[in-house]
Design a protein around this ligand. Structure first.
Ligand SMILES: Cc1cc2nc3c(=O)[nH]c(=O)nc-3n(C[C@H](O)[C@H](O)[C@H](O)COP(=O)(O)OP(=O)(O)OC[C@H]3O[C@@H](n4cnc5c(N)ncnc54)[C@H](O)[C@@H]3O)c2cc1C
Length: 461
């Protein structure tokens, strides 16, 4: 098994370095890893136990202009207790999902109907029906069931991770999955940075006899050594450029129709001291959602999809060194924040992002020692899978969620060429750090190769 990585440093979205100023360690992309902590694949290979996890007391904080904040705790009752009149409704929404929560999450992270094809996979049907009823709607509809601003804003912020407008189906599913993860495993980080996961995965590869070659970008199929199966960790656009005419026209047309969602504009900060939150409870969570009310978040996300950068964007902010002291020198803190912007947007969102942080943490700007901003195109230059800054390797609309990158051939890891497969986040279950796109791709490849071997044996009889 040979892994070819284009960059000198391996890891893709799982890299950490000291690149702003010495004294603070920054994750380039992923930091908060609920899907990795819940990943059935990482658990099955014993990786989850070998990593050093850091949990902030609360998974998430969502502050408001009046200096209050709502917190998402791992404990369901404690979270429901934050929501006043919506306490019962929140409990009724999540209790049925959590009854067989691990099995439900494993099912949701499986290419439908892949769960049924592999023996030993147990589908928690009643939880799945509850999820389908509540999740296959828009976040706007989900929020309408709640009376309090706290509950509505909390769910809107979770749903906004999807990059879909909140009026669009199935944005509610993202809110449910992210809250489900919070209640099952929390939203943990890795001590020392996400690069720790890269290191463990490379060890795992070596333990299975595999080899990694970095600095080996592949831009033509002829550059590859002979292999029975090639797994492409590429978005369709880049796979098309690599494979070209070797795929039939109908399949190429399908891939060409694959859509990318909004991009992100990200800023890494090195700060003097921690962030001075007006709502002090924000210091209890590694992730903070800065968007104000549900209506405001919905308007911001709608503006992005309509090609505009909102005055008050929805900012996802992460403050890892607050909980993992190995990431920064004493007296110094690292944090990052991003907002969604139109795909490939070429402007500078530094001002609007920092203004939004300042709104909930007066004095934030005066603590900035250094910053590094990443525009969508800079992100794409660093990693060609981030097309136009799209961090999910394809917009998770209902159609593209289940059949990404194409509806034919099935399963979507296959391509019309029996030796070429997709394994990127453009396949189910999509973006996020969980290793499951590669896991499911590898299982189908294994099945496929066994089938070819059987045919060969029959032919030779
Ligand atoms: C700013 C940002 C923040 C994020 N935060 C989180 C988070 O907190 N939690 C979370 O779960 N997820 C987060 N994500 C998403 C997460 O990083 C991705 O979903 C995940 O990394 C996808 O993994 P992957 O292996 O499919 O692709 P990638 O991590 O993108 O890796 C693809 C690799 O393929 C290489 N490559 C591409 N083309 C070629 C080629 N032609 N030849 C050779 N090599 C090539 C690239 O260099 C790259 O190393 C974030 C993403 C971004 C951009």
């Amino acid at each position: 098994m040979l892994v070819l990585e284009g960059q000198e440093r391996s890891g893709g979205g799982l890299q950490t370095d000291f690149s702003i100023l010495p004294g603070g360690r920054h994750d380039h992309c992923a930091t908060v890893l609920p899907l990795a902590a819940a990943s059935p694949f990482f658990r099955a290979i014993g990786l989850t136990e070998r990593l050093s996890w850091v949990h902030s007391p609360a998974a998430l904080a969502h502050p408001f202009d009046d200096g209050s904040a709502v917190l998402l705790w791992q404990d369901l009752e404690r979270t429901a207790g934050e929501l006043g009149a919506d306490r019962g409704r929140y409990r009724a929404l999540f209790q049925p999902l959590l009854e067989r929560g691990d099995a439900l999450l494993a099912t949701l992270l499986t290419p439908a109907p892949g769960a049924i094809c592999f023996p030993g996979f147990s589908v928690p049907w009643s939880a799945l029906f509850h999820f389908a009823r509540e999740g296959t709607r828009s976040a706007a509809r989900l929020c309408q069931q709640f009376q309090t601003e706290q509950a509505r804003a909390l769910l809107a912020g979770l749903a906004a991770h999807s990059t879909l407008p909140l009026e669009r189906v199935p944005s509610a599913a993202f809110a449910l999955v992210l809250a489900l993860c919070a209640h099952l495993v929390g939203w943990p980080l890795l001590r020392g940075g996400t690069v720790q996961l890269t290191a463990r995965l490379i060890d795992e590869l070596a333990a299975w006899g595999g080899r990694l070659s970095s600095g080996c970008g592949v831009y033509r199929l002829t550059e590859l050594p002979p292999a029975r199966a090639v797994l492409l960790d590429l978005v369709p656009k880049n796979a098309l450029a690599l494979v070209g005419q070797r795929w039939p026209r109908r399949y190429r047309q399908q891939l060409a129709r694959f859509r990318h969602g909004p991009g992100v504009f990200k800023i890494d900060w090195l700060l003097r001291g921690e962030i001075p939150w007006r709502a002090t409870a924000c210091a209890l969570a590694a992730t903070v959602h800065l968007g104000g009310t549900a209506e405001e978040i919905a308007a911001a996300e709608r503006a992005v999809v309509n090609g505009r950068i909102p005055e008050r964007p929805f900012v996802i902010l992460v403050q890892p060194s607050q909980f993992d002291h190995s990431r920064a020198m004493p007296g110094v803190a690292v944090a990052w924040g991003y907002c969604h912007v139109p795909n490939g947007w070429q402007g500078d969102a530094t001002e609007v992002i920092e203004r939004q942080v300042e709104r909930f943490a007066p004095g934030f700007r005066s603590r900035i020692l250094a910053r590094r901003a990443w525009s969508p195109l800079e992100l794409e230059q660093k990693n060609p899978n981030l097309v136009g800054g799209d961090l999910a390797a394809g917009w998770p609309t209902l159609g593209q969620l289940l059949t990404r990158p194409s509806w034919w051939p099935w399963p979507p890891y296959r391509t019309p060429d029996p030796a070429l497969f997709f394994c990127s986040a453009s396949t189910p279950p999509g973006g996020g750090v969980h290793g499951l796109c590669g896991y499911w791709a590898a299982r189908w490849v294994d099945r496929w190769l066994q089938r070819l071997d059987r045919v060969d044996r029959l032919k030779s009889m």
